[in-house]
Design a binder for this molecule. Structure first.
Ligand SMILES: [Zn+2]
Length: 464
């Protein structure tokens, strides 16, 4: 048995004694035989031990203070005294002591230990911030409070959860501004052409939008958007990989039966904003440069696009392949069939026939089939326009031969995941900045980039 094991066993014994004492005082005599109560009481004692240990750690990291130190302004700070400070950590409130410097001509004070550990007295620690953000990107702030209390065993205000979550979104926005600047800089773009980073052989992109209810705060907003519904635009970059047969969904198996290898999106990176299409196009270009979209040999966009989406793609990536998401196109036929036919047999025959035509790339036949129904069916009339406008993006026979992922539902689900699941909770109403920050935080969480984002947020000296 090594020293650590012995030490842990001795500590555990003391913890057991403490928990026994606390449970003996419980109003219910069954407390000492109720495992859930014992577990919670143990966790709470360990939490208190953690808070004490973290405070001791930080205080002992202080060392002997120097008499003077350079100030950020270029002047000199004088040592004042050891001052206590409190932060909210994963163990609850933690108090520690550290050297405090002041008396520079600029009037600023400083505690070097706080800077070293990214501590802001009165605020939350990096570790707790990460947990609050994890809850805040998943649940409405008022719900995440209760949820967090169950795990943490202490209360964190709804406001703090909101603040930490949205701070991550703001951090994402700063990162995106940096990407946007470099992606518009000719020198950077020239160097980017010779990048040593791996370039994916084939990269996919998607764009979509969903509406969020905004609470008009300023006069200009009230005049501009009387309904207060605004589009959050969402985009993503991803690659594709074959799906192992055992993991295939019913929908994927149906595709397989049609003679297509089943694929799924992988390495997905999301971005989003609440801006005009042109500005969103700049974000698409900027994140695209980071994903090497401009350098890949095979760039494919799979969308169910409104006109602004295809326009942005054509503007920024004129050589990219444009595909209307197969499931959306097939769903159109489904809707027409149900609107135009009252009897099952002719409806199913029509649907089977047109779906096969679409799958085989015979879009002219599909357009004709809709035109034949169009005179007495509005749904068919709409579909006629839809298939006519998008016929060049529905060459599914070619796409299948090239092995493209023709419908992943990727961006549809990212809109659902970012906007519907988080920003459209019942009764949810946002101010613009809150909606944007929360959406960006959630996009970061859903992207493969979550860990580095949190590391950056924790203010660790990373080489990025
Ligand atoms: Zn100074």
């Amino acid at each position: 048995m090594d020293d650590t094991t012995e030490l842990i066993q001795a500590l555990a014994q003391q913890v057991v004694t403490m928990v026994k004492q606390s449970l003996r005082g419980a109003p219910d005599p069954r407390a000492t035989t109720n495992l859930a109560w014992i577990e919670t009481a143990l966790r709470d004692v360990l939490r208190q031990v953690g808070a004490e240990a973290l405070g001791q750690w930080l205080s002992s990291a202080q060392g002997t203070p120097e008499a003077e130190r350079p100030c950020a302004c270029g002047g000199t700070l004088q040592y004042q005294r050891i001052r206590p400070a409190t932060v909210l950590s994963v163990f609850g409130r933690v108090t520690y002591e550290r050297a405090y410097y002041a008396a520079c001509t600029c009037g600023q004070g400083c505690a070097p230990l706080d800077e070293q550990y990214g501590l802001q007295p009165g605020r939350v620690s990096a570790g707790l911030s990460e947990l609050l953000t994890l809850a805040g990107v998943e649940l409405a702030f008022e719900h995440s409070r209760r949820w967090l209390k169950g795990f943490l065993l202490f209360d964190v205000s709804e406001n703090t959860i909101r603040q930490e979550t949205q701070a991550l979104g703001q951090d994402q926005a700063v990162q995106e501004t940096r990407l946007r600047e470099q992606s518009q800089d000719t020198t950077w773009l020239q160097a980017h052409l010779r990048t040593g980073e791996p370039i994916p052989a084939r990269l996919y992109g998607s764009l979509d939008a969903a509406k969020v209810r905004i609470e008009p705060r300023q006069k200009a907003e009230k005049q501009g958007e009387p309904e207060a519904w605004r589009d959050v635009k969402v985009g993503c970059w991803y690659e594709a990989e074959p799906v192992p047969p055992r993991q295939q969904s019913g929908r994927q198996r149906a595709v397989l039966e049609r003679g297509q290898i089943s694929q799924r999106a992988t390495h997905i990176r999301y971005y989003c904003d609440l801006v005009e299409a042109k500005t969103f196009g700049e974000l698409m270009w900027a994140t695209g440069c980071a994903a090497q979209a401009d350098l890949t040999r095979d760039l494919v966009f799979v969308c169910d696009g409104a006109a602004w989406i295809w326009n942005l793609i054509t503007t920024h990536y004129p050589r990219a392949v444009q595909i209307v998401d197969w499931y959306h196109a097939a769903d159109r036929l489904h809707r027409v069939a149900h609107a135009a036919f009252t009897q099952a047999a002719p409806r199913d025959r029509w649907l089977e026939h047109t779906t096969t035509d679409l799958w085989e790339g015979r879009v002219a036949e599909v357009i004709q089939a809709c035109a034949d129904l169009g005179a007495h069916c509005a749904e068919a009339q709409d579909a006629l326009t839809y298939f006519t406008n998008n016929r060049a993006r529905m060459r599914y026979d070619h796409y299948r031969a090239a092995g493209y992922l023709i419908g992943s539902g990727t961006v549809e689900s990212s809109c659902k995941q970012i906007v519907t699941h988080r920003l459209k909770c019942s009764g949810a109403q946002w101010i613009v900045s809150g909606a944007v920050d929360t959406a960006k935080a959630r996009a970061a969480w859903l992207s493969a980039e979550w860990t580095p984002v949190c590391m950056r947020w924790a203010d660790l000296p990373l080489a990025i």
